[in-house]
Design a protein around this ligand. Structure first.
Ligand SMILES: NC(=O)c1ccc[n+]([C@@H]2O[C@H](COP(=O)([O-])OP(=O)(O)OC[C@H]3O[C@@H](n4cnc5c(N)ncnc54)[C@H](O)[C@@H]3O)[C@@H](O)[C@H]2O)c1
Length: 267
């Protein structure tokens, strides 16, 4: 069944804007939510301002939709107080709201930073265990487990996207491996809205020649990426991340930030 009524959290953000533009007029209802302003509602759009940390407000937000695309939250490394509210409490509230409202499925924006402490000479899949590179990455690993709880225990289909670098185009050598084009992001979300799954973790990545990720689980669900970062390789040239740690680990610049690991343990 293709969902007709969709809730999009984090709708004012970068990726929220990509989906809002692409989904305009495609559904009976596109409910847009964020903690910041979303402008005026277009045709078939509804705008609800809501802090994800507010359980009662999130419960009301989830009423009457078939599917939720959960992009809302802090998308960078910062201190625990803010991450706890937006990403931990916020994700719990979202799934709890979905359960109360009888929502069929949730697509959760996880991140490659949930697995960022794996070296980049390793090929990971959605079954690879988390190895977060930051507090932010840890909140995403936690979100993947929340998704599993609500899928297997409460029957909410959950697709977790470990998004790489969703940018107009790759801007350094790392992104030649991690890039997700805007168009492929939309394709992957469309698969999430219609495919048959219980709880899956896949990578949000284009068909990059240098990808670090085996995304066959996403392909099985029907994802057919059309873009490959390699066409930007000449343009990117030798633009590299600054530190050896950032170049060695999949998490890139998140890794050296606050790093105090043991050199003899470095894989
Ligand atoms: N862009 C990428 O390449 C990328 C990579 C990995 C993961 N992700 C994840 O995808 C999602 C979207 O990313 P983005 O680049 O659009 O980020 P973004 O920062 O542009 O958007 C996130 C939105 O969430 C909203 N938000 C934050 N805290 C909130 C709260 N407490 N209540 C309600 N709304 C809140 C923000 O106002 C913002 O509009 C995020 O969850 C991010 O962690 C993105």
């Amino acid at each position: 069944m293709t969902p007709k009524r969709i809730l999009l959290t984090g709708a004012a953000g970068h990726l929220g804007g990509v989906l809002r533009r692409s989904f305009a007029g495609q559904f009976q209802l596109l409910r847009l939510s964020d903690v910041v302003s979303l402008g005026t509602a277009g045709e078939s759009e509804e705008i609800l301002t809501c802090d994800l940390a507010d359980a009662a407000a999130v419960r009301a937000l989830c009423e009457g939709v078939d599917a939720i695309i959960h992009l809302g939250g802090i998308a960078y490394e910062t201190g625990w107080p803010a991450l706890l509210q937006s990403n931990i409490v916020g994700t719990i509230n979202l799934y709890e709201g979905a359960r109360h409202a009888g929502v069929d499925r949730v697509i959760f924006a996880s991140s490659n930073h949930a697995t960022g402490m794996h070296p980049n000479d390793r090929t990971l899949s959605g079954e690879s265990p988390p190895r977060p590179d930051s507090r932010y990455g840890l909140t995403k690993a936690f979100g993947e487990d929340v998704a599993a709880l609500y899928a297997y225990k409460h029957g909410i289909r959950s697709l977790c996207l470990r998004i790489g670098s969703c940018l107009p185009k790759p801007d350094n050598r790392r992104a030649l491996s991690t890039w997700l084009s805007h168009a492929d992001f939309v394709r992957l979300v469309q698969v999430g809205l219609t495919a048959d799954y219980i709880h899956e973790i896949v990578y949000g990545v284009s068909d990059n020649t240098r990808s670090w990720w085996d995304n066959s689980a996403a392909y099985r669900l029907g994802y057919e990426p059309q873009d490959n970062a390699e066409i930007y390789a000449a343009e990117v040239g030798n633009i590299e991340l600054d530190t050896e740690l950032a170049r060695h680990y999949q998490g890139g610049n998140f890794v050296p930030n606050e790093f105090s690991g043991r050199k003899e343990w470095l894989g």
